[in-house]
Ligand binder design. Structure first.
Ligand code: GDP
Ligand code: IMO
Ligand code: MG
Length: 428
C-alpha cells in the first residue's frame, strides 16, 4: 500500500501542484478529492507553464491515471477547456476518469455565487465566482445534479426541469437578475455530456483496486487548511474539506488506507480574498513579497495579500491533517531579504494561546509573536542539495520544523521540476 496526501497548510497557493507534479514522477495515479475550478494550479516544466483547475497535476506524465473523485464539483465547460488545451499541447488525456457521484457546477451556481457574494455587504468573502459554494449547497440541500445524471439525457432534463424554477425565482426576486433558460442549459450541457461520457465511471472500485494492488496513489489537495469549511477562518473559507480527512469522504478510500500526509508550506504567507490574516504585512515588506513572488491569483488575477510565515498556522494544519512531512516552497523568494520574521505563536490579552481561535473576533485581535532571522542574501534557485543551502536559510528551515514539530522532506527553490531539494527520499 502506498498512498500519499498532499495538503495545503496555509490559505492556498502554497505550490501544492509543483510538489504533486514532482512526486507524480513516481505515482501511478493522481487524484483530486475536493474543490473545483476555484483551484488555480501552475506547473512549470522546462520553463513551460501549464495551468490547471480541475485536472490532477499528474496529467503531464504519460500513462498516469488522473482521477476526479466524488468530492470534487465539476464544471463541465471548464474541464473540457482544460482537456482541449492539454490535447493541443500534445498531452495524452486518456487516463482521466471522473466520478459518477461528483456534482456538476451549473450556470445558475456561477450566477448565484457572484450575486450572493456582492450582496453580503458586511462579510463579503471574495469568492472566485466559479459557483463552488452554491454547488456544494445544492449537494447538501439534496437538489444537486451529479455526473451520473449529466450523462443520462432524460434524467438530466428531468432534474433541471425540477430545480430550475426555484433557482430562477431566487435569481429574479432576490438578485433582480434575468432568469436562466431551460432550453439553453439543456442544449449546452447535452453537448458537454456527449464529450464527457467516456470519462465518467464509478471511481471508488477503480481507486481501491489500485491501492490494493500496491500501486502508488497521490491525493492532490486544492485550497488549504485555513480555507477549510470547518477548520478554516469561517466564514471566510471555501465550501469543501481541503484537510487530509477530506480524502476519505471525497474519494471513497478508507482512512486506514492512507499512509502518509505531506503539508505544503510556502516560506512566507499569502491569502486571496477577505478574512483574518494575522501576519499580513500592509507595508513595504508585503509589497516586496508580492513583487518578488509575483503574487497575483491564477484564477482571478487579484493581487494576493502577503505576510510573514505563520508557523503557528502550519502547526495547526499539522494537527488537523496529521502531517508527517513538510514540503517548503518558494524559499528563493526570500533570497534578497535582510531580515526575515516567523510567527511562532499568538498572544491574546497578554497571554500566549494554546489553540487556534475559533472566534474571528479573537483571531483578528491576536498579536503574532515573531522571531527574527538574518537573511541569507544568496541566490538559492540553483542549489540542489540541502547541505549547500546558506546557513541562515537552514536555520530558518530548522526552526520551522521545530516550531511546527513536522519533519522537513522537500525544499523548493523555483517553479521548475528540477528546482527541488529532496531531504527525505522515497516518500512513497
Ligand atoms: P497551488 O495552488 O498551491 O498549487 O499553487 P499555485 O500554483 O497557485 O501557486 C504557486 C506558484 O508558485 C506557481 O506559479 C508555481 O509555479 C510557483 N512555484 C512553486 N514552487 C516554487 C518555488 O519554490 N519557487 C518559485 N519561485 N515559484 C514556485
Ligand atoms: P488553490 O488550490 C487561494 C479562496 C477565495 C475566497 C475563498 C472562497 O489554488 O490553492 P470559493 O470560490 O472557493 O468559494 O472562495 O477561498 N480560494 C482560494 N485561495 N487558493 C485557492 O486554491 C483558492 N480557492 C478558493 O479567494 O477567499
Ligand atoms: Mg493556486
Amino acid at each position: 500500500m502506498s498512498t500519499l496526501v498532499i495538503t495545503g497548510t496555509q490559505w492556498g497557493d502554497e505550490g501544492k501542484c509543483k510538489i504533486v507534479d514532482y512526486l507524480a514522477q513516481q505515482a501511478d495515479t493522481v487524484v483530486r478529492f475536493q474543490g473545483g475550478s476555484n483551484a488555480g494550479h501552475t506547473v512549470t516544466v522546462n520553463n513551460e507553464e501549464y495551468k490547471l483547475r480541475l485536472l490532477p497535476s499528474g496529467i503531464l506524465y504519460k500513462g498516469t491515471k488522473c482521477i476526479i473523485g466524488n468530492g470534487v464539483v465539476v464544471d463541465p465547460q471548464c474541464i473540457l477547456e482544460e482537456m482541449d488545451a492539454m490535447t493541443a499541447r500534445g498531452i495524452d488525456i486518456s487516463g482521466i476518469r471522473i466520478s459518477n457521484r461528483a456534482h456538476v457546477v451549473m450556470p445558475y451556481h456561477k450566477i448565484i455565487d457572484e450575486l450572493s457574494d456582492e450582496a453580503r455587504a458586511f462579510h463579503k468573502i471574495g469568492t472566485t465566482k466559479r459557483g463552488i459554494g452554491p454547488c456544494y449547497m445544492d449537494r447538501d440541500d439534496r437538489i444537486g445534479i451529479r455526473m451520473c445524471d449529466l450523462i443520462d439525457d432524460y434524467e438530466f432534463e428531468r432534474r433541471v426541469w425540477q430545480i430550475l424554477p426555484q433557482k430562477n425565482e431566487m435569481i429574479m426576486r432576490i438578485y433582480r437578475h434575468e432568469p436562466v433558460s431551460f432550453s439553453a442549459i439543456v442544449a449546452e450541457y447535452k453537448g458537454y455530456a456527449e464529450r464527457l461520457r467516456p470519462y465518467v465511471c464509478d471511481t471508488i472500485p477503480l481507486l481501491n483496486d489500485e491501492i490494493d494492488a500496491g500501486h502508488k496513489v497521490l491525493f492532490e489537495g486544492a485550497q488549504a487548511t485555513m480555507l477549510d469549511i470547518d477548520y478554516g477562518t469561517y466564514p471566510y473559507v471555501t465550501a469543501s474539506h481541503p484537510v487530509s480527512g477530506g480524502v476519505s469522504v471525497g474519494t471513497g478510500v478508507a482512512p486506514k488506507k492512507i499512509d502518509k500526509v505531506i503539508g505544503v508550506v510556502k516560506a512566507y504567507c499569502t491569502r486571496v480574498g477577505e478574512g483574518p490574516f494575522p501576519t499580513e504585512q500592509l507595508n513595504e515588506i508585503g509589497e516586496k513579497l508580492r513583487n518578488n513572488g509575483h503574487e497575483y491569483g491564477t484564477v482571478t488575477g487579484r493581487p494576493r495579500r502577503t505576510g510573514w510565515l505563520d508557523a503557528y498556522v502550519v502547526k495547526y494544519a499539522g494537527l488537523i491533517s496529521g502531517i508527517d512531512y513538510m514540503a517548503v516552497t518558494r524559499l528563493d523568494i526570500l533570497d534578497d531579504f535582510d531580515e526575515i520574521k516567523m510567527c511562532v505563536g499568538y498572544k491574546f490579552n497578554g497571554q500566549m494561546l494554546n489553540e487556534m481561535p475559533a472566534s474571528l473576533k479573537v483571531l483578528a485581535a491576536v498579536e503574532p509573536v515573531y522571531e527574527t532571522f538574518d537573511g541569507w542574501k544568496t541566490d538559492t534557485s540553483k542549489i540542489r542539495n540541502y547541505d549547500d543551502l546558506p546557513e541562515n536559510a537552514k536555520k530558518y528551515l530548522q526552526r520551522m520544523a521545530e516550531v511546527t514539530n513536522i519533519e522537513l522532506a522537500i525544499v523548493s527553490v523555483g517553479p521548475n521540476r528540477d528546482q527541488t531539494i529532496v531531504i527525505k527520499e522515497n516518500l512513497f
